[in-house]
Every structure is written in C-alpha cells, then in structure tokens.
Design a protein around this ligand. Structure first.
Ligand code: NAD
Length: 480
C-alpha cells in the first residue's frame, strides 16, 4: 500500500510521530494509501528548513527561479498520465476530467507564474517638481499554503507557484482527503532540482498540521482555500500576529437565465456548471433562476439532459459524474436533499444514492439532483451543499432576481444568460459576486483577479494580484 511521506528540507521523510492516517478511495470505499499524521514537530522542522532556504532563494535571480518552476511544469507534463490517474483515484472524479482539467492546469500554474515574475514590475509615482517615489517589493519569508480536496493539485499549485516565483519559501499542506498528487509533486520538485527547503509539504489533519502552520510565529502569510468556517478559524488565529491572509472560501452561486438567452448554450452550459466534478467546484452554480416565460421549457430540457447523465466509476469513459469525495461528504449531501424535501421542495430528478456493482459497490455515488418549489430564503437555497444538487426558481423581473441572487452570505461567482448587452452590464454591476460570467462559465484567464466577497473570502488570487500578495511593498521617496 502506498505510504506517503512529508517533503522537508529537500528529503522525503516520515512524520515525527510515525503515525499515519487512512486514505480512502471514493470509487470503492477502500483504504488505498496511508498519510503522515504530522503535527507541530514536523511543521517546526519544515519552517526551520524554509527559513534557511529563504536566505538564498529570496536573492536568487528571478530568471533562475523561473527556470526551476518551468522545469517543474515540464515534469508535470511528462508525468501527466500518472498524476491524472492518482488524482482520479484519490478524489473520485472521472479520469478524463483529471486528464483534461486538473493536471494541465497544475502545469499551467507553474508556467504562468514562472513567466509572470519576469514581467512583474513595481510602481513609481513622480511628484512634479518635488520628489519621486518608487516601490520596492520584497518576498515575505516563509509562507503557508493550505488547500482543499475538490481540485487537489490544481489549487495546491495555484498557491505554491506564485509564492515561490515571488521569492518566498513555502510550507504547504494539501487536504488530508486528497494528498497523493501533492506527494507526487514533491518527487517532481526533487527531480527538478528545486533547492532544498524552498518548498516543504507537510501532510496531515487541519486541526493539527494545518493549525500548526497558521500558528507558527515565523510564517508571515497564509494563503488558504477551503470552507468558510475553517477560514474564520484561520482568520481568528492569524489576526493577533498580523499575518497577511488570502482566504478563498465557500459559495452558493446563482445562475441567472433570462428569456432572451441563447437557449441551447444556456441549457448545455448550465448542465456542466451544475454537475462538473460532481458539483464539487467552488464555482459551480447551485441556484438556477429562470425567467418565468421560459421556466417550463428550460426545466423540461434541463431535467431531460440531467436524466441522461451517467454516474459511474471514474475509469469508465462514459462517466459524466464519478464518486463524491468521501463518505461523510456523501452523507452531508444526502442530508441536504432530505432537508429540501422537508422544506417543501419537489425532486425533479435524482435525489438518491447510486449503488454500483462489483468493486465499486461501496463507493460514494449520488445521482445528479434537480429540485424545484423552494423559497429562495430557505436553508437549501442559502447554505453551501457542494455536491450534485441544484435548485430551479422562476423570476419575473431583474429586481426580483437580483434580490434572490444576492440574498446569501456568499459572493463568489455568478453566471448570467442574456443576449441583451445593457442588461448584462447592469446585472454584472449589481451582483454581489467576485467573479461574473456572461454567457459562459469557467472561462479562465489566469491574469484576472480571482476570489469572492462577503463570506466567500478576503483578497484576490491570480495574475499580479497573487504576486502582490506574496510580496511586501516598501515606498521610497526621494526629493529632487
Ligand atoms: P476545509 O476547510 O475543510 O479544508 C481545507 C483545508 O484546510 C484542508 O487542507 C484542511 O486540512 C485544512 N484545515 C482544516 N482545519 C484547519 C485549521 N483549523 N487550520 C488550518 N488548516 C485547516 O475545506 P474542504 O472541505 O477541503 O473544501 C471544500 C470547501 O472549499 C468548500 O467550502 C468550497 O467552496 C471551498 N473552496 C473554495 C474555493 C475558492 O476558490 N473560493 C475553491 C475550492 C474550494
């Protein structure tokens, strides 16, 4: 059985406690690997290694840093099949999705920030006849990167790559639910010749390994993606130390469909935005609002396509949905479907577990579920479910749909479907969301600011925003 190791000071090492946690394969429900159950001791070693490495890495010319990061990207590409297999096995997502989305994006994250750092310039502000100001940007030191299970290597590298490119050293923790590709990445970093201590990967639970990273006095910043409750705990722990924080948290994204939309494109994309990765993408739309004049038409077409979706094991090329990530998560999703029934919702399709045969009979499968007839303010429509469950709600006016769309505590992403240009701009202006897609979904330009408002987070990732986060600006004013 695969036994993962921590990556500390350039070496693959056992956890100090010698204790391991079981890692389950969602497709079968069986334990398939063991993860280090790291604690404060491992984090202390990792931070100590990072602090030493920082003395050199922070003054390594940026083109050399870029060269090493590009080498890691090359190795991700060369090992893409192995990484995609591991991601799919660990997370339950269809193999073809890991091949098409997760692993290429992990490679691109390294490439993007390897080149990004070469173009990152600091600011200068001239004061007519008096003085000139210029801004120095220095890396912060040792930073912590903590990531979730839904897009494991994709989100892990989205944090690590800009932190390293900017000259920081990193202590990172992947989700204990999906740690395997982070472990494989540590092997690739060794092969790429990343100097020891520059990146350290500590595996383990959030409450022990994760909080030890957040609480370590030498860790200057935390870049975190995960649930809103965890984000709050991290913010509480980090605030007294004035650590820089980037928090990418939960969502309850609206998908707004006007009668004048490109109907075929809106239906097709809404099926994807509802159920891609089993609905476990923070950007998935989970509340679909449809203008009343096309509500019945949209519902009929949407439900009929969802009915045709195949739920199967991740290696099945026909699978549209694989397994959800864990047994507790499966139970949480099913409990929300029960709640929707109690709140008066009608299940139009799905609403139940799928039991596959043979090796997969104990896997965690849920039929894609569409619910209607719920009040926009009920718990099903307000709380994040993070699974293959969406609700349909009719609306009569822009004013009404904006009120419903903006009614949750979250503000991560939204999609708007209309051919009316003025309306598209109006709605984009008034939606309380950090990311708005008009007539598309998940179209990503890595230069754009990425993140949410309200309880969906603090700060923005992506492009120069990320490089700014991972550097400390210092203004120098020189009088003429
Ligand atoms: P989670 O908050 O349970 O865990 C995320 C990470 O935090 C894990 O590595 C975990 O071990 C660690 N952690 C847990 N407690 C900790 C603590 N006290 N201190 C430090 N680290 C701790 O989230 P999850 O269940 O892995 O992921 C699902 C959530 O992530 C959903 O809410 C989803 O919306 C969100 N998400 C957000 C984005 C975004 O960009 N906004 C992207 C993906 C996922």
């Amino acid at each position: 059985m695969l036994k993962l190791k921590n990556y500390i000071d350039g070496e693959l090492v056992e956890p100090a406690s010698k204790m391991y946690i079981d890692n389950y394969q969602p497709a079968t429900g069986a334990v398939f690997s063991k993860i280090p159950n790291s604690d404060e001791k491992d984090v202390q070693q990792a931070v100590a290694a990072a602090e030493v490495a920082f003395q050199t890495w922070s003054i390594t010319p940026k083109d050399e840093r870029a060269r090493v990061l590009n080498k890691i990207a090359d190795l991700i590409e060369q090992n893409a099949d192995k990484l995609a297999q591991a991601e799919s096995q660990d997370n339950g997502k269809p193999l073809k999705l890991a091949q098409k989305v997760d692993i290429p994006r992990a490679r691109d994250n390294f490439r993007f920030f390897a080149t990004g750092i070469m173009h990152f310039a600091s600011e200068s502000h001239a004061m007519e006849n008096t003085a000139v100001n210029y801004t120095l940007r220095k890396p912060l030191g040792t930073v912590g990167c903590i990531s979730p299970w839904n897009l494991p290597l994709y989100l892990f590298t989205w944090k690590i790559a800009p932190a390293l490119a900017a000259g920081n050293c990193v202590v990172a923790k992947p989700s204990e639910v999906t740690p395997v590709t982070a472990y494989l990445l540590s092997e690739l970093c060794i092969e790429a010749g990343l100097p020891k201590g520059v990146l350290n990967i500590v595996h383990g639970l959030g409450g022990s390994a994760g909080s030890a990273i957040v609480n370590h006095p030498d860790v200057k910043a935390i870049s975190f993606t995960g649930g809103t409750q965890t984000g709050k705990a991290i913010a509480r722990a980090a605030a007294p130390e004035f650590k820089k924080l980037s928090l990418e948290l939960g969502g309850k994204n609206p998908n707004i469909i006007f009668a004048d939309c490109d109907f075929e494109l809106a239906v097709k994309t809404s099926v994807m935005s509802s159920f891609a990765n089993q609905g476990q993408i923070c950007l998935c739309g989970s509340r679909i609002f449809v203008e009343r004049s096309i509500y019945e038409k949209f519902k009929t077409e949407f439900v009929s396509r969802v009915n045709n979706m195949v739920v199967s094991h991740p290696d099945d090329p026909k699978a549209n949905l694989g397994a959800v990530v864990s047994k507790p998560h499966k139970e949480k999703i099913l409990s929300y479907i029960d709640l929707a029934r109690e709140e008066g919702g009608t299940i139009l399709t799905g609403g139940e577990e799928v039991v596959l045969e043979g090796d997969y009979k104990n896997g965690y499968y849920i039929r894609p579920t569409v619910i209607e007839g719920l009040d926009y303010a009920c718990r099903t429509n307000q709380e994040e479910i993070f699974g293959p469950v969406v609700t349909l709600t009719p609306f009569d006016s822009e004013e009404e749909v904006l009120k419903m769309a903006n009614s949750t505590d979250y503000g991560l992403a939204a999609t708007v479907w209309t051919e009316n240009l003025k309306r598209a701009h109006r709605i984009a202006r008034d939606l309380e969301s950090g990311i708005i897609w008009i007539n598309c979904w998940l179209l990503r330009d890595l230069r754009t600011p990425f993140g949410g408002m309200k309880s969906s987070g603090v700060g923005r990732e992506g492009g120069f925003e990320a490089l700014k986060f991972f550097t400390e600006p210092k203004n120098v004013c020189i009088m003429y």
